[in-house]
Design a protein around this ligand. Structure first.
Ligand SMILES: CC(C)(COP(=O)(O)OP(=O)(O)OC[C@H]1O[C@@H](n2cnc3c(N)ncnc32)[C@H](O)[C@@H]1OP(=O)(O)O)[C@@H](O)C(=O)NCCC(=O)NCCS
Length: 236
């Protein structure tokens, strides 16, 4: 029997930048043409403003995945319609503000050669550990609808998300995010120029259970803040 694979997570450092750029390009071959992948200056800016929020996953000591986060200023309505370029200030995290309330997941990506081996889930676990240690209110993200373009002439983006959320179809990105425990709060249009998703994205939220206990109706409150919210997807 082969030994179990060892996935470890650590903070990114400036010496990781070239490898992170390569990994990001490898993870998004279909977005390079749109310039929606990271360049070295962006990753350096992330590490410079919030090194704790830039995590790298290693599988048997080889870098195979990463995520990037920041804390949007509290004045930014993270549960309203927004675009990736807008909320991240062109991918530079210029409005990172440690006094904000949300941990925003700007990107998570895994080497195409090692997908479906638990690296993504290890990164999500580290994300929630980070959120816990920062004592923030929630984690928010926009998620690609990776498989939507294949059926976009048949169903709406909202129906696609609902079908994945209810287990009637799978999506490499959304299924992994639901598996990690994110709730779908709605659908964002024109989130990112991404032909696969037809530019749509899910608005995802992970709520701090401690905060939930203090709110009378936390899920309804969060959903009500978003126009066109979907029913929350069940946690697995
Ligand atoms: C999203 C991503 C990070 C997931 O990483 P991963 O390491 O493959 O995910 P995991 O191995 O942790 O998979 C976790 C679960 O997600 C679901 N999942 C992942 N890939 C899937 C697929 N192709 N089909 C169906 N379900 C899938 C499964 O439930 C899986 O658990 P299982 O394998 O035990 O059934 C990876 O697909 C990726 O890098 N995609 C390209 C970049 C991207 O679009 N990132 C998202 C930006 S919003």
């Amino acid at each position: 029997m082969s030994a179990p694979e060892t996935i470890s997570i650590r903070e990114a450092t400036l010496s990781d930048v070239p490898a992170l750029v390569d990994l990001n390009h490898a993870a998004y071959p279909d977005l390079i043409v749109d310039g929606a992948v990271y360049d070295p200056e962006q990753i350096e800016a992330h590490i410079g403003c919030f090194s704790r929020g830039q995590l790298v996953a290693e599988l048997d000591r080889k870098m195979v995945g990463a995520l990037s986060t920041f804390v949007p200023a509290a004045s930014i309505p993270v549960l309203k319609q927004h675009t990736w370029l807008g909320i991240t200030d062109g991918g530079m995290f210029l409005r990172h503000d440690p006094t904000g309330k949300a941990l925003y997941l700007a990107d998570i990506y895994v080497d195409p050669g090692v997908r479906r081996r638990g690296v993504g889930q290890a990164l999500y676990r580290a994300l929630f550990d980070l959120w816990r240690s920062l004592e923030l209110e929630h984690v928010v993200a926009g998620g690609r609808l990776w498989g939507y373009s294949a059926v976009a002439d048949q169903i709406t983006a909202e129906d696609y998300v609902a079908q994945v959320a209810h287990g009637h179809r799978t999506d490499p990105v959304l299924s992994s995010q639901l598996r990690a425990g994110f709730l779908v709060r709605g659908v964002l249009s024109d989130y990112l120029h991404d032909w696969r998703s037809k530019n749509y994205a899910t608005l995802l939220e992970w709520v701090n259970p401690a905060h939930v206990a203090r709110r009378a109706s936390p899920r309804a409150t969060a959903a009500d803040r978003f126009d066109g919210a979907l029913p929350s997807s069940p946690r697995r």
